[in-house]
Design a binder for this molecule. Sequence first.
Ligand code: PMP
Ligand code: G9A
Length: 398
Amino acid sequence: MYKNLYSERANKMRSSEIRELLELSQRPGVISFAGGLPNPKAFPVEQIKEIVNRILEEEGSKALQYGPTAGLKEVREEIVRYVKKEGIEAKLENIFLTVGSQQALDLIGRVFINEGDVILVGLPTYLGAINAFLAYGAKLVGVPLDENGMRVDILEEKIKELKEKGEKIKLIYTVPTFQNPAGVELSEERRQQMVEIAEKYDLLIIEDEPYRPLRFEGKHLPSIKSLDKKGLVIYMATFSKILSPGFRLAYVVANEEIARKMVIAKQSVDLCTPTFTQLIAYYYIKNGYMEKHIPKIVEMYKRKRDIMLEAIEKYFPQNCKWTRPKGGMFLWVELPKHISTIEMFQDAVKEKVAYVHGKAFHVDGSGENTMRLNFTNPSDELIEEGIKRLAKVIKARV
Ligand code: PMP
Ligand code: G9A
């Protein structure tokens, strides 16, 4: 009955497999490797309690009030200092806060995408970005990944091909560090090459970095933004994986003109990012808590990755392949070609184990024999049991 009333945009919106699975994952007895949820033990409840009490006592009138759309000045100043440690030189005008980096992805769509504009994305890539961009009518073109992240040689070939066909290419979207979903990291050389490609073809790079602080091994690589001299990289980072996703707090670093446009777009979306959570995160960094907290999360998640890898090696059939991520929250599994992880999901649910099927992350409809496993949310004990259940389900189809 409402069909004729919906906008064309509403008809393009797709529901997220990950969000749909959250309810199932919470059913009693189900071991979920599906959602990219942090472990609740990683939430610093006591310190947040202390900060919240102090904010309410001393700054209640600010914390409970509307704030500027770009975010509170002192919070943005703190972020200027924070990203400097990442080699990113930013001024206040380059930075604004958002309600999660998911909102930043939506704002990108709002500000840059006309119907049919091309965005180049990884094959696979983050589902939430796919859905945000599709809602604005973007045409998403996939570029394969290997163990060193996006294949920038293929990226350039695709750009040339698309240009020859007269397509309007706007953006390259990448999650360079411990990518969601594949867990791989874009090599330093490819980061540099990606910037060169953006310069050569007048494109913007969206560098989405939720997992950058969650490194278990290896050396930190320069952010793509730190290699960008021309203002072509829009960098986004979030507090979701290092503090609390419930805060819905993230930030964007971009060229001043772009930041201004995105902030204007944000004005209509929500007026401002909650001042309360901004202040909590601010004091969390300022008091030095963040610096001490991140290594604890890293230690916990590294242990969980190791438990999952060990269990996979022990229980999975030999003709499966999987990644060994050096950080982040996910590993990626490839099953023999004839197995559909979409069809197999019903067996998994019967065995009370959940994952996200890989096709959801592929904009070209491929990846049906793949799946993403999250290792951060389940308890250590349940990881092994869950992998055992999953192995049983896979073996029945091999
Ligand atoms: N980008 C990527 C790559 C993600 O993995 C996620 C969360 N899973 C987000 C963006 C959204 O994060 P948030 O909105 O919580 O900041
Ligand atoms: O709960 C969400 O939707 C955030 C997690 C994203 C993911 O699992 O990739």
